[in-house]
Design a protein around this ligand. Sequence first.
Ligand code: GDG
Length: 498
Amino acid sequence: MQVRRLQLKVREIQPKVRGVCITARVRGMTGSADLVIVANRLPVDQVRSATGEVAWQRSPGGLVSALEPVMRQRDGAWIGWPGVAEDEVGSYDPFTEDGLTLVPVGLSGAEIEEFYEGFCNATLWPLYHDVVAPPEFHREWWDAYVRVNRRFADRAAEIAAPGATVWVHDYQLQLVPQMLREMRPDVAIGFFLHIPFPPSELFMQVPWRKEILEGMLGADLVGFQVSGAAANFVRLTRSLVGLRTHRDMVMTQDRRSVRATAYPISIDVQHFEKLAGSESVIARAAQIRRSLGDPERILLGIDRLDYTKGILPRLRAYSELVAEGEFRIGETVFVQVATPSRERVQQYQVLRNQVDQFVGRVNGDLGALGRPAISYLHSSFPQHEMAALYRAADIMVVTPFRDGMNLVAKEYVACRLNDDGALVLSEFAGASEELSRAWLINPYDINGMKSTILAASRADPKDTTRRMKALRRTLRDNDVAQWATNFLTALEEMRQLQ
Ligand code: GDG
């Protein structure tokens, strides 16, 4: 994997527990950052060499590339967890990379279990995704959630300049806006939820539902992927917290107005277009086709191995089409990339076994020597390889049961430089609202999915091109930089309004 090694300009990364040394260190930092991003993860991963040396590797992602220019202009800082368990929790020395200040927040092994794997990924994640897996509720997990949110909020309060803008991200940190507001009423606070926000019927299950809403209401602007999620939130602030609302505005008890609106996230379109048009990606895409036996048709799925992504129903629909003779082995192949994810959470282990078993059975029953029906890869790849796969695939199959947005669908569209290729997309992915010219499916309806995949594969090439052109136009109108600008402009307007 190609990664950029970060230049550490500052001191070694040594944990410092709260107390004397932190006060001394923070004095120099307080009040210096004009734009503070608070996210569960830093945009870098901590890696240790064989000799025990600590280094940082940049983790690629649209969010970082969108925010980097704004952060540079505005003396920005990014607060997040570096991705490894620490013996000593608390805060670490900030360090800079290319003028970007990165502020690590440490989590202990127990906190990773209870906060990250527990409350975030075994309570909130399934609950916010239509309970496609049963959420678990444990009081100790909630306690860890409050404790870790407090740590992030403290850190933001320490480093934000007077009157700064603080942008908090995602379901791991929903309590941070209110905690921060109590300490720093002078800053403008934005919150963006990357995953769906559920309807009242589901949200009401959370024993700490009111605390979560009040946590988010600490922000001036609460952003969601789609307008339905924003409406769910506004409705709940009325029914559960008893607040007055008007359209997308909520009036809080301390007489502030909080706006709740949709800002659909996007990707760095130009970056993907450039990558897909590079000679090496074009050559690699051709090589991928050859290695699959030059089939007539390649179907592709790329997802984190997550039960929300609808991997099994998609493979079932495809395998039935093969069994019924609609697709022939050798002429058609399905490539499924499942990136390892949250491997210590039980539901994810169950899913992995189910997919392994299913793919094994389909290939055993339907595959031919050296020609599997499903070419299944359980690993992650560099972005270059992803772009080559997007280029090589005739049909991209994206079938989540529920998804905040789904960037894979957008990346596929960005990489189709010749306006060909078909996108089959779940109507339950946020992306389907913008990408409405895709071949939309309901992942719960296997027969519907089968006939849509067939229709996409047999469509008149003129229709395919018309659809892809429309999708590409839509994507270009809202790339990730535009998304960040829209959010930050609206947050500034809210500051003026207050
Ligand atoms: C959450 C929400 C929302 C995947 N495998 C590899 C790899 N990826 C990259 C993809 C894409 C990203 O990861 C996945 O983004 P998605 O949007 O598809 O899904 P989540 O991870 O669930 O993201 C989602 C998103 O946040 C943003 O707000 O859209 O709804 O669930 O960019 O390309 N990248 C590389 N190797 C891999 O193997 N390099």
